[in-house]
Design a protein around this ligand. Structure first.
Ligand code: SF4
Length: 439
């Protein structure tokens, strides 16, 4: 039984895909620090690459990503080919600077499949040629099922893509209409079939709760239909409504949104449906089949968090390529220019495009490790080092959400939905503002 604690569920808190979080990024960090961090990567160090494609064919009203729509074919072709050319230039600059071994590559956005297959495959081929990519590297691409065909997926498989992440979100037609994302189940089933026929074994689905006009029955029906396609992993995110910061979300009326208690019920409903469906709950928002590498990593205590959420590959650094992409090193987090024109001009001139970020102190690294282990393992041993944090957690222990053991914090099963709030006790920068609700 997961307790509903309204005061906690409504509280804004970071997602902790990094520590410090993006709220602490400033302009004191940029390309100079980025170059030094790339050069410091020791030979053979496991590294992940993240490539950001900030374009979509159509914009979904709920989306908080840095992306834009290019509807006109001619304009789209021109913009995308300019973007692809700049990505190749950035790869050419970054690859010789760092000596790590690439164990994971992820394409996100936006919609990577807003690009023609030949362009996307050309970038992947370039990565294989210019970086030391491990033969068994996980190469994943986020795809918008709309407009996707089997030939596109076959092309990706041919250049080594072995994991696809499909944005499913909801299968209720009236909710799809309310979020400007119409995609019938058959479209997603076709993509899954094509992926499996081409030997792509790893299929992820992203689902959402808390969407406009979404009822509990809508969510249950979406999950039941998703289960018929047997995805290997599922992420279930709560819609974060922040129209003051994200203009496109103003298309969603506040009055159409489920209230806080319904959001909580929907989150619990998803948890029950997937675990009863044979999936292992991973962290606070993922589910995986027991034989999926993510479930295996979670059981082994080797799960990680990075800017894509939960991750299995042991990247000691993540290198972001593309406008707005974030690179994370042990002692530095740095974000590329989010303006496509600025990023493109810099990388075409042979420069690095980092413009903001944060240097990670020894204290940041220690707190970051604690937060990561809590959110991945539900357990962390902090010894005697953080008395104020332990004190702040006593009320969570009293509520039965955690157990405080000698020098350690253990999440109880009912505590997982509140995991980010519990982790926030170790966040020395957290000011409570500019974040989405805990649930
Ligand atoms: S949700 Fe995906 S497809 Fe929709 S606008 Fe955002 S990035 Fe584009």
């Amino acid at each position: 039984m997961i307790p509903y604690l309204p005061d906690l569920a409504e509280r804004p808190v970071p997602r902790y895909t990094s520590y410090p979080t993006a709220a602490q990024f400033g302009s004191g960090v940029g390309a100079v620090e980025q170059r030094a961090a790339l050069i410091r990567i020791a030979p053979g160090t496991a590294v992940s690459l993240y490539l950001h494609i900030p374009y979509c064919r159509q914009i979904c009203w709920y989306c908080g990503c840095n992306t834009g729509a290019v509807r006109d074919e001619m304009t789209r072709e021109g913009r995308l080919s300019a973007y692809v050319q700049a990505l190749h230039a950035e790869i050419e600059t970054v690859a010789p600077l760092m000596r790590g071994r690439v164990t994971g590559i992820q394409f996100g956005g936006g919609s990577p499949n807003s690009m023609p297959a030949a362009a996307l495959c050309g970038i992947i081929t370039d990565l294989w040629q210019q970086f030391d990519v491990a033969a068994d590297a996980e190469i994943g691409v986020e795809l918008d099922p709309r407009g996707l065909d089997g030939g596109y997926i076959a092309s990706l498989a041919a250049v080594g893509v072995n994991r696809l992440s499909l944005g499913v979100q909801t299968l209720a037609p009236h909710v799809q209409a309310a979020i400007n994302r119409i995609q019938p189940l058959g479209m997603i089933a076709d993509a899954v079939r094509a992926a499996r026929a081409n030997g792509i074994a790893g299929i992820n689905f992203d689902l959402m709760y808390g969407l406009p006009l979404q009822t509990n029955a809508d969510l249950a029906d979406t999950i039941a239909k998703a289960l018929t396609l047997a995805p290997d992993r599922v992420a279930v995110f709560g819609y974060a409504h922040m129209p003051a910061m994200i203009a496109r979300q103003r298309m969603i009326a506040d009055a159409e949104l489920p209230d806080a208690e319904t959001r909580f019920t929907q989150s619990a409903l998803a948890h029950a449906a997937f675990t009863e469906g044979g999936y292992v709950a991973i962290g606070f928002d993922h589910f995986a089949r027991p034989d999926d590498p993510m479930a295996i990593a979670a059981a082994a205590g080797t799960l990680h968090r990075n800017f894509q959420g939960y991750a299995t590959h042991p990247g000691e650094a993540t290198i972001g390529l593309g406008a707005t992409a974030i690179s994370q090193f042990d002692d530095l987090i740095v974000q590329n220019d989010k303006h496509v024109a600025g990023w493109r001009n810099t990388v075409l001139a042979g420069g690095l495009a980092g413009v903001r970020g944060v240097a990670r102190t020894a204290d940041d690294r220690a707190r970051g490790r604690i937060i990561e282990r809590l959110l991945c393992d539900g357990f962390v041993d902090v010894g005697d080092d953080y008395p104020p944090a332990i004190e702040a957690l006593r009320s969570y222990a009293d509520a039965g959400l955690i157990r405080l053991e000698a020098g350690a914090v253990r999440l109880m099963p009912g505590g997982w939905p509140y995991a980010r709030l519990i982790a926030a006790a170790f966040d020395a920068h957290f000011d409570g503002a500019r974040h989405s609700k805990a649930i």
